[in-house]
Design a protein around this ligand. Structure first.
Ligand code: C5P
Length: 220
């Protein structure tokens, strides 16, 4: 039986996580936050004393291939230690973006990502869900929002977690991250040819959810 997969790809802080996890919840599907895997790989590298640099690519890919990770509802553990908040800092996002540019790291994480595709279905969010990881997914959404909205949302998200942040530097960070993600050779951030575009700059979370559910129902 083929597992139905809905892909939600898009740039940093476009609201992919909120949208994808809500759709998964509404449909009773599993949820894959693929960015968390890159964040975990970056953290594992740091813990092993490896800078996220090209000279360390092979060693970092080895870490990614055997990532000692465990997911619970809204929580994640690395080698038995909870790292739910530790992987959410901007520094962790930047490390994730660095290690994610290494082709061997992307390759190493493929199998783990495919394991999330289980019945009754999966909603997967990231940068290359529709282009590389689940190219046969029946629904691919490419989510965008203006840089100002994204910086503002990321700011709120961090503040609500008790992490202090500055909007201007967040905006600069997310633009730097987008530039690296878009221009890298390995699986750059881009919409799949058959993706449906959704700009949520002017939409509430509910409106975005309803739009994607309507697209999904139209495909059943
Ligand atoms: O989505 P999130 O901000 O958690 O992702 C962190 C970083 O991981 C991104 O900036 C991107 O470089 C990388 N990533 C990726 N492919 C994915 C998901 C995330 O390259 N599917």
């Amino acid at each position: 039986v083929p597992v139905p997969v809905i892909c939600v790809d898009g740039p940093t802080a476009s609201g992919k996580g909120t949208l994808a996890s809500e759709i998964a919840h509404r449909l009773g599907y599993h949820y894959l936050d693929s960015g968390a895997l890159y964040r975990l790989t970056g953290l594992a590298a740091r813990q092993a004393g490896l800078e996220p640099e090209a000279v360390n690519e092979a060693e970092i890919a080895d870490l990614a291939r055997a990532l000692p990770v465990r997911f619970g509802p809204g929580r994640v553990w690395l080698a038995g230690a909870e790292v739910t908040d530790a992987i959410r800092t901007e520094a962790a996002g930047m490390d994730a973006s660095r290690v994610s540019a290494f082709p061997s790291v992307r390759e190493a994480l493929l199998k783990l990502q495919h394991e999330f595709a289980r019945l009754p279905g999966l909603v997967a969010d990231g940068r290359d869900m529709g282009t590389q990881v689940f190219p046969f997914a029946p629904l691919k959404v490419f989510l965008t929002a203006g840089a100002a909205q994204r910086a503002e949302r990321r700011h709120k998200q961090l503040i609500s977690k008790g992490i202090s942040a500055n909007i201007a530097s967040l905006r600069a960070d997310l633009q730097a991250r987008d530039a690296r993600d878009t221009h890298r050779a390995a699986s750059p951030l881009k919409a799949a040819q058959d993706a449906l575009l959704l700009d949520n700059s002017q939409l509430s979370v509910d409106e975005s959810v309803e739009q994607v559910l309507a697209w999904w129902q139209a495909r059943q």
